[in-house]
Write a protein that binds this ligand. Structure first.
Ligand code: AMP
Ligand code: ZN
Length: 145
């Protein structure tokens, strides 16, 4: 891998990649890094990032998305083995409206336990019919590269 594009001085996670900022790192390769979330929702809550700065999944290229996805899966398996949670969520935010607070692509790996009282709520629309679902599916399909 060549020179890694950084956003030093402006991006916390770029600072962690360069070593300018501390982190409890648990995995590193040429393209990706994993470290513990500083404000964990549970023991084992960690983050996987690309070393090269990009804001979110929408602006990451296919190569970066694939590499971060692979590391996320590997780290998730290691968290499961090491900590034996009952379950595990992987989530990732794109944009302020989605709850993103650090604008360097990252996947959260969150160990889950029965009765941990952590809830992710989806307020589904029960009126959605098959015709509407198909219309939306076509719109997304047409936007695919
Ligand atoms: P998000 O809201 O999805 O953008 O998540 C950002 C996450 O980064 C939060 O869970 C923070 O606790 C975490 N975070 C922020 N600064 C640091 C840091 N210096 N080291 C580790 N995690 C951090
Ligand atoms: Zn960055």
């Amino acid at each position: 891998m060549g020179e890694i594009p950084m956003n030093q001085g402006q991006c916390i996670f770029c600072g962690i990649v360069t070593g300018a900022l501390p982190a409890a790192t648990l995995y590193e390769d040429d393209a990706t890094l994993a470290f513990m979330d500083i404000n964990p929702l549970a023991d084992g809550h960690c983050l996987v990032i690309p070393k090269a700065h990009c804001e979110d999944l929408l602006t990451a290229g296919d190569d970066v998305a694939a590499l971060v996805g692979q590391t996320t899966a590997r780290v998730a398996r290691a968290v499961k083995t090491a900590l034996q949670p009952d379950g595990l969520n992987v989530f990732q935010a794109n944009g302020v409206a989605a709850g993103q607070t650090v604008f360097h692509l990252h996947f959260h790996i969150l160990p889950r336990f029965v009765d941990d009282h952590f809830t992710i709520q989806f307020h589904g629309n029960p009126t959605s019919n098959r015709e509407h679902l198909a219309t939306i599916a076509r719109r997304i399909e047409q936007a695919l590269p």
